[in-house]
Design a protein around this ligand. Structure first.
Ligand code: ATP
Ligand code: MG
Length: 331
């Protein structure tokens, strides 16, 4: 077994990835790929919890999410891409863990509540309510030590840690309790300024958006509504564009805020500067992506090989778990 500690993180295969994913998680994945043995999950089962009526979207998105991860600089020779539905041990662990989790703790999970409201669920499915349990299986099948994710994942991480502790307490030290790693920007707002940027919320700039599309989206961002004329003093503290400058154009942030407060820079110029910074960041990703778009078979092989490797590890973990639970009687 490798000496390195392990990372498990991933994305639902519900569409292309956006800037929120990049600053919330992908950036850290890239930074940590040398130091840790990293498993990146293409979470297609978790995608089904909200998108089971749109199967055509899922197959397409498995490739899109894989290519997004590869194009931001994750090296397929270092990291392991894993397709969740190819790992039966995740399903098995989910069933075992479900005995250790109360329905009320899931019902009161703040992320579940927010997402259920966003999707308009009155009577949510068993699969949706239980996805944090399945996520605990994702993290523990490979005994991950660290999980770099966005802020919305906090309650799920707490649940995973609780399950691990409960399991180890009941059946003996078997599972590894993982740590969560939040980025400097754990929650990027959408350009509408209303909610976090989300694939399913229609307020995202995608990592694969062409430069012109990025410009258009930035120009349509909501700014300080009290500012009518260009030289009216602005209020950067309530403007979503200024928040983006802080994240993506840090060197200029203070200057831009000062100029805005004095009415020396208008919203149009401010947005143009932001679009330029974003396109500088995204351009190298677009180039890498073009390669993978032209080599889809290579992407498929990376996913299949990675999933096979993960399967061996997951099967070992399930065996240990069954032994600990006294339900394993041999091969
Ligand atoms: P969906 O709307 O389908 O749930 P999503 O945009 O929330 O999509 P996920 O696949 O659920 O994306 O999340 C993948 C990872 O990206 C998680 O670690 C999540 O915390 C992080 N993430 C997603 N959106 C943001 C955001 N706006 N800011 C920071 N991190 C984010
Ligand atoms: Mg989500």
């Amino acid at each position: 077994m490798s000496e390195k500690k392990r990372i498990l993180t991933g994305d639902r295969t519900t569409g292309k990835l956006h800037l929120g994913h990049y600053v919330g998680s992908l950036q850290n994945r890239v930074k940590l790929q040398d130091e840790y043995e990293s498993f990146i999950l293409l979470a297609d089962i978790q995608a089904l919890t909200t998108h089971f009526e749109h199967p055509e979207l899922l197959e397409h998105s498995i490739y899109e999410v894989a290519m997004d991860n590869l194009s931001v600089g994750l090296d397929p020779n270092k990291i392991t891409l894993v397709q969740q539905s190819r790992i039966p041990s995740i399903g098995e662990l989910t069933v075992f863990y479900s005995m250790l989790v109360s329905v009320n703790s899931l019902r009161h999970n703040p992320t579940i509540k927010t997402e259920a409201a966003n999707y308009g669920y009155n009577d949510m499915t068993y699969g949706f309510l239980g996805y944090p349990v399945s996520q605990s299986a994702d993290i523990t099948f490979c005994k991950a030590n660290l999980v770099p994710v966005g802020e919305d994942q906090k309650p799920h991480m707490e649940m995973t840690r609780k399950i691990v502790r409960r399991f180890n307490e009941l059946y003996g030290e078997t599972l590894v309790e993982p740590d969560m790693m939040l980025s400097d920007c754990p929650r990027l707002m959408g350009l509408d300024g209303n909610a976090k940027m989300g694939k399913s919320l229609g307020n995202a700039i995608y990592l694969s958006d062409p430069a012109e599309e990025v410009r258009k989206k930035v120009m349509s961002a909501v700014t300080d509504a009290s500012r009518i004329k260009k030289d009216d003093p602005g209020h950067p503290d309530i403007c979503v564009v200024s928040k983006y400058h802080k994240v993506f154009n840090g060197g200029e942030y203070e200057n831009i805020c000062e100029s805005c407060k004095k009415g020396a820079i208008g919203c149009v110029a401010c947005k143009k500067a932001l679009a330029a910074s974003l396109n500088d960041l995204l351009e190298p990703f677009r180039e890498k992506r073009a390669y993978y778009e032209a080599h889809r078979d290579e992407v498929r092989d990376i996913i299949l090989t990675g999933s096979e490797k993960a399967n061996k590890i997951g099967n070992e973990t399930v065996k240990e778990v069954k032994e600990a639970m006294h339900i394993y009687i041999g091969d």
